[in-house]
Design a protein around this ligand. Sequence first.
Ligand code: ZN
Length: 166
Amino acid sequence: MAVFPIRIYPDPVLRIEARRVEPVDDDVRRLVDDMFETMYQAPGIGLAAPQIGISLRVVVGDVGEGPFHLINPVLEATSGSWTYEEGCLSVPERYWPIKRSAYARASGIDVDGHPVMYEGDELMGRVLQHEIDHLGGTLLLKRLPRRVRKEALRELRQDGLARGAR
Ligand code: ZN
């Protein structure tokens, strides 16, 4: 297993649609292992393959109820509404109150090619929505209200300039 560097906004790999995995082979099984290793090391509660520069539809997570992974996940159902201070390993050390569905259910396949389904409220529901967003090239910034997003992007740009100048 290996820990990968996490791609940071505005890395273009974070903004493109990830490809479906077909078939599930040893490379994909290794990828899932590496993603868990990278996520726990970060530490984080969810990770999508594009965040380590691999544009494939694979997500992993662990909200404290044990590890889960989904290959080619589909968000099947959502309901309710919940606003929570959300962050992302690819936009480090930033948190914004983001409104999402409170409950989510997602299905996909596992590393053995078997169908799997995960669902949950609150953190679990949020991680499913957040990580599947990554596969469509959508970052949490896109989920912010327009005015908040503008301010967030401005701050991120400033940070970028600050880093470059150092
Ligand atoms: Zn993220």
